[in-house]
Ligand binder design. Structure first.
Ligand code: FES
Ligand code: FES
Length: 175
């Protein structure tokens, strides 16, 4: 099959490659870009482990072809922290409230939570549970995840984080 050229901004850096048109975005991120924090649990849009932020929206990257993501901006779990030893509040809250056990679902959970908290203010527990309903966790029973997201909400309120981080990614992507 004829290969296609794609150009995708990943965590503020432009990534270009010639790929098979059938390549999924999840595989592009892991195998071409080398960012293995995006996990693959099912490859069938069920588990949410592969969630990334595409042009500001949380998407399951096993549901998107890499060619469909051409000329978009992607944020992965690796791009969420502000450098070594400087976790994003959502990441820090998951550590503080023990929102993970094996960690397989965690990057997807964190990015879904980030997207929720960036776009909604004062979310209730019910809204949190609805937002993560597409992300499966086989370990925690979800309560510690919900507590983590509540904690992240408080931390982000204090820091006014969401806008600041989005601007940071935008500025980096223009370089
Ligand atoms: S790997 Fe994408 S939803 Fe499970
Ligand atoms: S922490 Fe193991 S699947 Fe969620």
């Amino acid at each position: 099959m004829e290969k296609k050229q794609v150009s995708i901004i990943v965590n503020g850096e432009r990534k270009e490659a010639e790929i098979e048109p059938r390549m999924l975005l999840a595989h592009f991120l892991r195998e071409v870009v080398g960012l293995t924090g995006t996990h693959i649990g099912c490859d069938t849009t069920n588990c949410g482990a592969c969630t990334v932020i595409l042009n500001g929206r949380a998407v399951k990257s096993c549901t998107v072809l890499a060619v469909q993501a051409n000329n978009t901006k992607i944020l992965t779990i690796e791009g969420l922290s502000r450098g070594q030893n400087k976790l994003h509040p959502v990441q820090k809250a998951f550590v503080d409230k023990q929102g993970f056990q094996c960690g397989y679902c965690t990057s997807g959970m964190i990015l879904t939570s980030y997207w929720l908290l960036k776009n909604r203010k004062n979310v209730s527990e019910e809204e949190i549970r609805a937002a993560i309903s597409g992300n499966l966790c086989r370990c925690t029973g979800y309560d510690s995840i919900v507590e983590s997201i509540k904690e992240a909400q408080e931390m982000m309120k204090e820091e006014g984080d969401a806008l600041e981080h989005e601007q940071e990614i935008t500025v980096r992507s223009k370089r």
